[in-house]
Design a protein around this ligand. Sequence first.
Ligand SMILES: [Zn+2]
Length: 268
Amino acid sequence: MIEIGTHTHPSPHAAARYILLAKQKVLIVGDQFLFSLGDFHPTSEMRSVYCGKFEENDVFVCYFPQTPKGFEEKGLRELLFETTDYYYGLLSRAQQLATWDADHQFCGRCGHALTVKHPKEHAKVCSHCNIRHYPRISPCIIVSVRKGNDILLARPLTAKEGFFSNIAGFVEAGETLEQAVQREVMEEVGIKVTNIRYIDSQPWSFPHQLMVGFFAEYDSGEITPAKDEIAEAHWWPYNDLPNTPNPTSISGQLILAQVAAIAKDQDR
Ligand SMILES: [Zn+2]
């Protein structure tokens, strides 16, 4: 588990561990993705951000405009799905902090270059207007909807034929999570849901979502897929589901949990 802490952030040093990124990819050698300072050559274009402590070592994420020689690139999604929960938080955090650093080089309020980092927080302080710029975190709801023994699964236009998932979407400004669940399900498939219940959450670094997972129950309406977003959506018997997301993702976990909940009701 990555320790975030409130201590003063150190500068890169010899005893620290380093996660290397280039062009949104994680750099690896074999199956290794945590390196020491002697394993790579810092360049003038490389940028680094302190991530926190992991296994009592300081960890930094360093990102390069081009992949340095001797490293292979691996997609973050691929790596997250291969790693255990043990590394998930560390890799997610590294990716999100690198994104924050890259995307906040100038103040959004006054346009001055952001050169001052807060000593203890991940915040860049504008030396001109004093506003603090924190990493952007975008809450998204994701919901598994149940109707009796059936589960609602939809295929977005972007998904391959035969691959189905839960309804998900960004929370709008001024909206509660529960309102976002109701709105997204109505917008994407035209049905009303009730009994909305929080289940779990997961950081999702593509690039900075926080997925907030819910169960909900069918209330009323007929499935009517939104033409610009959903290719098809159906009620699926819980014991005969199509291809669904990897269980490392909260989407896959919600479906497994919903299947288990229905199966338990069958045993009563
Ligand atoms: Zn400013």
